[in-house]
Design a protein. Structure first.
Length: 281
């Protein structure tokens, strides 16, 4: 069973100063008995800087050593503050340089994949200029990833990337074997004003989310599974649908519980294991 834990799951503990990257690695390995792990770059980047710049090579090598000591696979690194598009050319170039620094960090640590967002929060419309630039950068990053033995791509995480059609359009244009999507199952936002969305029934939104997952499925190479889905009556059906569409990657829980994160994660892992065990082989 391919299970992992997304680094954001322990953000509260990180903010409280109770868990650093090394404690995170040890916890995933010892407490949850997992041989695979996801990182979130806030755990190894300097978050006091505007673009969350990566730490020095010595630190990155120590992280790699901690993983190798436990024979753990670093399945994915989710990178914030390095999204591709910004309308300001200077900011766009700074974001690009930060993305390159994180790709280098991923190579040092031995990551299998890197998530770099296409757009920032609030970027709900994709102009032709933005589209051309985003697809150009993803092709460039994917080519570098091919040379390093990993893959890179977006998540349905921010802005217009929360619309399935946007990610499908980008993916078709990039068309590179070392490009892929990190799918946060069900994390889609229909277009329309906020009042219309509030008036939309939960069944309609669930159907939209399920269809979005399947639209993205041809490019999905990693997943985030949140607690809302794990607790949903449709959980098994949604997991099975993605598996039936050909997905054979890791299922990474991303659950930053408001309290008792360590115990809450144990419960979430148990429930997800139960769902996955019930799926047809």
């Amino acid at each position: 069973m391919k299970l992992s834990i997304g680094g954001f799951s322990f953000n509260n503990l990180r903010v409280e100063g109770k868990m650093d990257i090394f404690a995170y690695i040890a916890t995933v390995h010892k407490r949850y008995q997992l041989q695979s792990i996801d990182f979130w770059n806030a755990f190894f980047a300097d978050t006091t800087r505007p673009l969350w710049q990566v730490v020095d090579d010595d630190m990155l090598q120590r992280i790699r050593d901690a993983l190798m000591e436990r024979e753990m696979a670093l399945v994915n690194i989710a990178v914030d503050r390095a999204h591709i598009w910004d309308p300001d050319p200077e900011i766009r170039e700074a974001l690009h340089q930060n993305a390159l620094a994180h790709l280098r960090a991923a190579e040092i640590m031995g990551a299998q994949s890197v998530r770099i967002d296409a757009v920032h929060h609030g970027d709900d419309v994709l102009s032709d200029e933005a589209f051309e630039y985003i697809t150009m950068r993803y092709r460039e990053y994917a080519q570098r990833a091919a040379e390093g033995g990993y893959w890179v791509g977006p998540e349905n995480h921010t802005g217009c990337a929360l619309q399935p059609d946007t990610l499908v359009r980008i993916s078709e244009a990039v068309n590179h074997p070392n490009y892929g999507i990190l799918l946060h199952l069900g994390r889609w936002k229909p277009t329309g004003d906020s009042f219309s969305l509030r008036m939309t029934s939960s069944d309609t939104l669930d159907a939209y989310a399920a269809e979005g997952d399947l639209q993205a499925a041809p490019w999905v190479r990693h997943t985030h599974v949140d607690y809302r889905l794990i607790e949903s009556p449709q959980a098994k059906e949604r997991l099975a649908s993605l598996k039936n569409a050909g997905y054979d990657g890791y299922w990474a829980i991303e659950y930053n519980a408001p309290h008792e994160q360590l115990t809450a994660m144990e419960e979430a892992i148990g429930k997800l294991k139960g769902h996955l065990a019930s799926l047809p082989a």
